[in-house]
Design a protein around this ligand. Structure first.
Ligand code: PHE
Length: 346
């Protein structure tokens, strides 16, 4: 092949060269401009060109070399642009959009909602009250004697505020407010944050959440209380779960009871969670003391009622078994993200 034809072939080749990545660009450079490349070889053969043609051939070969160098630079720039943006060379408008990260509800919120839903289906309303309470709503109206240990500095956070004298230690205070401001029938639950002066550890905190409930009407019986709580527990944990009641004491209920449910881990056979008893304690309850009804302006001769109260963290622990209660308060997103589908895996 004479020089003329080789130059023409190379011009066409360089003009049509493509490269999809940096390796291919480099291969193009080596094959044309490299030490053993086709254009370099042309310059070797230039020596044989007769003197009168040297000028014309020289100019043409220099142009070819320049063409190859420019082509190489263009290919390199194109490849670099693609790899830096990671964009496909052609946009695809049918591609699905990238998913936006969405937040999730706090596990305590999820459990509180589940508890509230069960009682809402039984006709209970939801009532709320202030977290800074006065002595009357948190203690006196609820029949706490003036020297009751629950009023002690060790249990209660006292505050100096125009709104009240203490952070509420339970949401029974809300029930007092409801009884004072409405007439039976009353069927309400009061979810909310409560405070007790306790050392913070993996198993206890100085603030936690409660859902307390109150039902006042003519002829409300203890049997209804038991039926309501059994239904609640089965709705939340499954139809096979049963409850038992143990006599207890609260100043505002008479009689009073602690409620245990059959252990959801071992089904009652005995395991670490239930400390080998087959039962786990979940709440306190009882018939509203007639003196409390009187304190709140309701005639105990006409009406009776029951009340119950549970800790939301305690119920959450039975569902999620988080190893350390403090995690509920630290709000580390890596912890919180695990509850987005309502299921936490320890
Ligand atoms: N108020 C009680 C507590 O905080 C719970 C309770 C509510 C018990 C209603 C009986 C009746 O521990």
């Amino acid at each position: 092949m004479n020089l003329q034809t080789r130059i023409e072939a190379l011009e066409a080749e360089v003009g049509a060269a493509t490269a999809g990545n940096a390796d291919e660009v480099e291969r193009f450079r080596v094959a044309t401009l490299g030490r053993n490349g086709s254009i370099t070889a042309l310059f070797e053969d230039f020596k044989q060109v007769p003197p009168d043609e040297k000028r014309a051939f020289g100019q043409r070969m220099n142009r070819l070399k320049e063409l190859a160098q420019n082509r190489w630079k263009d290919l390199l720039a194109a490849v670099e642009k693609n790899t830096s943006t990671q964009e496909p060379t052609t946009a695809d408008p049918t591609r699905p959009a990238l998913a936006e990260p969405v937040g999730s509800l706090h596990p305590i919120t999820l459990v509180r909602q589940r508890i509230t839903d069960v009682f809402a289906r039984m006709g209970y309303t939801v009532s709320q009250g202030p977290e800074v309470e006065d002595d009357h709503h948190n203690f006196s109206a609820l029949n706490f004697p003036p020297d009751h240990p629950a009023r002690d500095m060790q249990d209660t956070f006292f505050v100096e505020s125009s709104e009240g004298s203490a952070l509420r230690t339970h949401t029974s205070s809300v029930q007092v407010r409801v009884m004072e401001s409405s007439t039976p029938p009353i069927r309400t639950i009061s979810p909310g944050r409560v405070y007790r002066n306790e050392a913070i550890s993996a198993r206890a905190h100085c603030m936690f959440h409660q859902v307390e409930g109150l039902y006042v009407d003519k002829g409300v019986s203890f049997a209804e209380l038991k039926g309501t709580l059994a239904h609640f527990v089965k709705s939340l944990f499954g139809p096979e779960v049963t409850i038992r009641m143990r006599p207890s004491y609260f100043p505002f209920t008479e009689p009073s009871a602690e409620v245990d449910m059959s252990c959801t881990v071992c089904g009652g056979k005995g395991c670490n969670l239930c400390k080998h008893s087959g039962w786990v304690e979940i709440m306190g309850c009882g018939m509203v003391d007639p003196a409390v009804l009187t304190n709140c302006g309701i005639d105990p001769g006409e009406y009776s009622g029951f009340a119950f109260g549970m800790g939301v963290e305690r119920i959450a622990q039975l569902i999620y078994r988080v190893p350390d209660l403090r995690l509920y308060w630290e709000n580390d997103v890596r912890f919180l993200e695990q509850f987005s589908d309502g299921a936490f895996r320890a």
